[in-house]
Design a protein around this ligand. Structure first.
Ligand SMILES: Nc1ncnc2c1ncn2[C@@H]1O[C@H](COP(=O)(O)OP(=O)(O)OP(=O)(O)O)[C@@H](O)[C@H]1O
Ligand SMILES: [Mg+2]
Length: 224
């Protein structure tokens, strides 16, 4: 799985959200850190085509994210607030919802839902109402809904934000066990301690691209 940025940048009028950037990502775990407003979410949205580059190109799976709608389907995106992401009231129906546009039979859909619930040991949530779930349970349900669609790449935008220690540990365990390519945007530096590839953004610019220890040191210098 390769993600390639070729001088890709984003400007909104006179404001540059992301300076033109060239890099290639092939690792299975990648973290993105930096101050508020540094360009992290903009960077991530370029990968699934939610945001189009205003200069350059982003190539995922050999496809340009600007002209291929299919890229969106290959890249699952879990937003900062999973409650905005769960569309249907009951968890099982929400997981099935994402599969309905894919031309699967009812039996196939039921099987995929059961499979993802089993994979994350989340069967107990299947018939729960999403608005009654705790933060960590909601993260788990959102993960099930997105991963049921079979993305090759998963982007998690601040997945442990607002979680208590127990739910945080639950989500960390889930992330560590994923076999999909996963890009984690976070302010939770312990979460990414072992990562070999950590990108640090500052003022819309990539200022470090290094293993966690070095990248976090650079980030602390910037924040000081
Ligand atoms: N749609 C938009 N229109 C105008 N400016 C935008 C838009 N989206 C982002 N920006 C600006 O681009 C910059 C980078 O924003 P971005 O959301 O990528 O930051 P971030 O690093 O994810 O921050 P946070 O940690 O607060 O989530 C910010 O200055 C933001 O105000
Ligand atoms: Mg953000």
């Amino acid at each position: 799985m390769t993600i390639r940025f070729e001088s890709a940048g984003v400007s909104y009028g006179a404001r540059t959200a992301l300076q033109p950037l060239t890099l290639e990502l092939t690792e299975i775990r990648i973290a993105v850190i930096g101050l508020n407003g540094s360009g992290k979410t903009t960077f991530a949205r370029l990968i699934n085509g939610l945001t189009k580059p205003t200069t350059g190109r982003v190539i995922v799976h050999g496809r340009d994210t600007s002209d291929e709608k299919a890229v969106l389907g290959n890249v699952g995106f879990i937003f900062q607030s999973p409650q905005n992401q769960i569309i249907l009231p009951v968890v099982r129906d929400d997981i099935a919802f994402g599969l309905k546009s894919r031309g699967l039979t009812k039996a196939d859909i039921d099987a995929r839902v059961a499979q993802v619930l089993d994979r994350f040991d989340a069967g107990h949530l299947a018939d729960r109402r999403a608005h009654e779930l705790s933060g960590g349970e909601l993260q788990l349900a959102a993960l099930c809904s997105v991963l049921a669609t079979g993305p090759d790449i998963l982007i998690l935008d601040e997945p442990t934000n607002q979680l208590d220690l127990r739910n945080r540990a639950l989500v960390q365990g889930l992330i560590d066990g994923l076999h999909e390519t996963t890009i984690v945007i976070t302010h939770d530096l312990d979460l990414i301690a072992g990562y070999q590839r950590v990108l640090v953004f500052h003022g819309g610019q990539l200022v470090a691209d290094a293993p966690a220890t070095e990248a976090i040191r650079r980030y602390r210098e910037i924040a000081a």
